[in-house]
Each structure stands twice: as C-alpha cells, then as structure tokens.
Design a protein around this ligand. Structure first.
Ligand code: DQA
Length: 153
C-alpha cells in the first residue's frame, strides 16, 4: 500500500478513510455501486482533462492517514479532497493533522450524513474544511475536483 504522498507542484490529494476500500460491495443502497478503484479512475480522467495531477490514497488505519497528511504538509499540496469515513465523527487527531495544511480542503461524503443517524451529524472536520459535500454519491468527488480546479487551475 502506498503510504508516501507523491507530490508535484499543483497536485491534488484525494484521501479516503476506513471501509471505503469496500465500496461497491458495502451497503450499495447507501454508498452506491461504484468501487473506489472506479471512482479514482474516473477522477484521474477528469483531473487529466483539467490539467491537474492527482494522488489517491486510502487506508483503514488512522495513523497511516495521519502519516500521509504529514507528507502532504511537508511537500505541499494544491488541494485536498477527503472522505474520512467514520473518522469524520470521531477523530480529533485527523482534524489536527488537516489543520496544519494551508491548502483548500474539501470534505466529501457519498451519503448525506445529516439525513442519517444522529452520531453522523457531527463532523470533526467540517470546522476546518473549506467546505463539505455530502449526499451526492461519487459525483461529490467530481464536484470537489471542479471546485479545486476553479481555485488552482
Ligand atoms: C461516509 C459517511 C460516514 O458516516 C461513514 O462512516 C462512512 C462513509 C460517506 O461517504 O457517506 O464510512 O463518509
């Protein structure tokens, strides 16, 4: 697994947290039928068309995600798209790591977290993110990319 950020100037970093490697098989009625590979492939095509470089990272381990964000911090980023999965609702450490970054950060959720169980209504990340896209399925990642392109492209 890639735990090292691959950075070039102007690179967009896409981070997916726990259980998102199971997309396609995992509760498709909630999260959709697309696999994470399909989402990442489509995003790459869109990024190429926009002239943006993209590095995609997924981990089920909080510490690996923090290490990746630290590498992004050290090497620089044009923008971060993050679906933190369940860490959204629990992780002060993830919020602290993302707080180090000066680039725009877009929080993405496939499902509408505000329509679901009460414990999903709280995001540790929303308060330090540039914005949150929730409930647009895999299209949310594309909306995030288009937004970042409008800033950096
Ligand atoms: C999610 C929503 C979270 O509440 C959940 O824990 C996930 C996925 C989403 O994309 O809708 O793992 O981030």
């Amino acid at each position: 697994m890639n735990t090292q950020a691959q950075i070039t100037p102007g690179m967009i970093h896409v981070i997916n947290g726990p259980n998102l490697n199971m997309l396609g098989k995992r509760e498709p009625d909630i999260y959709g039928a697309f696999t994470l590979d399909q989402i990442n492939r489509e995003l790459k095509v869109r990024a190429d068309a926009l002239g943006l470089s993209l590095d995609s990272f997924q981990s089920n381990h909080e510490g690996e995600i923090l290490d990746y964000i630290h590498a992004v911090f050290e090497q620089g980023s044009a923008g971060v798209i993050i679906n933190p999965g369940a860490l959204t609702h629990t992780s002060v450490a993830l919020r602290d790591a993302l707080s180090m970054l000066s680039c725009p950060i877009v929080e993405v959720h496939l499902s509408n977290i505000h329509k679901r169980e009460t414990f999903r209504h709280t995001s540790m990340i929303a308060g330090i993110a540039t914005g949150q896209l929730t409930g647009f399925g895999h299209y949310g990642y594309h909306m995030a990319l288009d937004f970042l392109h409008s800033l950096v492209g």
